[in-house]
Design a protein around this ligand. Sequence first.
Ligand code: ZN
Length: 476
Amino acid sequence: MLRIYDTRTRQVEEIAAGRALRMYTCGPTVYRHAHVGNLRTYLLSDLIRRVLERRRVRVVACQNITDVGHLIEDPSGEAALGDVASGEAASRQAVSHEGEDKVLAQARAEGRSPLELARFYESSFRSDTAALNLRPPEHTPRASESIDLMVELIAKLIEKGHAYAVPDGSVFFDARTFPTYGEISGNRLDALKPAHRIDAVDPRKRFHADWALWKPSSEGELTWDTPWGRGFPGWHVECSAMSLRFLGSSFELHIGGIDLRFPHHEDERAQSDSAAGHEVVRHWVHGEHLLFDGRKMAKSTGNVVLLSDVVAAGLDPLAVRMAFLEHRYRQQLNLTWDTLKAADRTVRRWRTRVAEWSESISAPMATAYAERVESAFDDDLDTPAALRILRELERDESVAPGAKFETFLHLDQVLGLDLSADIGKARVLPAGAGELLEARARARDAKDWEAADRLRDELAEMGVRVSDTSEGQTWA
Ligand SMILES: [Zn+2]
């Protein structure tokens, strides 16, 4: 069974799933296109899901869409990368919860209505995740359509003494009523220092680390009436409300990018557990950051790469998936155009190989290899090891081509690389392939098998399948 690193207990834990498992992933804030760094987290959720499903576990996934309430100063994604790089010290400061709503600010910049903007980027997100073969979650609630759930949760927290309303229409969570605050990130309340700005002096709060569950505002289409006044929800309360509604008051996995550990997940845990009266989430799982060319991917650094940029560069979108799989989710991944191109070549070569093998005499799966790959997946998603074993299988001449075919297709259920895409495809010889075929024929004549194999790989990367027959080589 799958074992995975639990950020809260700080150890690799076996995921005790019966026949069903529920998981929540913090979804995108839909105010711009997701970059490939953002998409890495969602691949983590997809992999966990696919590994569990292979073990016949029925997975129910919920992933929210944040279309309101996520303020520019809320640390997430690019904004928090710097904090993580500089270690715990930076995140020890309580973070300001004031600032402007990301969706509203961008809508103004683009001259669109906030909802128009949010729906546009939500649909862009859906096409990106579909292009990466990420299975759609069962539930994808939008924050703006779940306000009643949040109001209900906030009312419950007030009633139980965990939250308080103040005269301006704000509602705050009373951090000191949740003594185990900080278990996920290690940022315990007594170690949190007041932030230098608003929080330190905010007279509305009982304690500097309290955070807003509801914020007053009367402007625009993204505000709602509540018992405390008109306003909009705080970002952290959204995930608690939606996960409790769609997955229940006790569920197995909560997944997100590492930057969400604090304060987002600490706040979420405090809210959910205080409402439920017990620990709601069994395991907290976090995916590491992605760097591009050695630097954080951020608008401010000018190195944002979108999936559409990868496609425009002539690469298969699944090259991104392959490049992610080459690294374990807990490793910081430094992506470059070269690693993307290399990943693209591997995907194309494997598709060509699978198509070649599909024409061989059928043979049962190479079980020993399949089991090794599956144990690598189970071992805290050791995808680099899984890929190494697959490369070994690709080269192993003692395994019949038909067996390789079965094994690669079987494992593609988890890899999600569309390895059967080239089966039965007629192809025109691409530019440059003719020369390589001739060079390979010469290498074979000279019995230079090493060169012949290398040329075969190069041809496979171009989508040309070479077969050796008694009459010489043929291609398809
Ligand atoms: Zn969340």
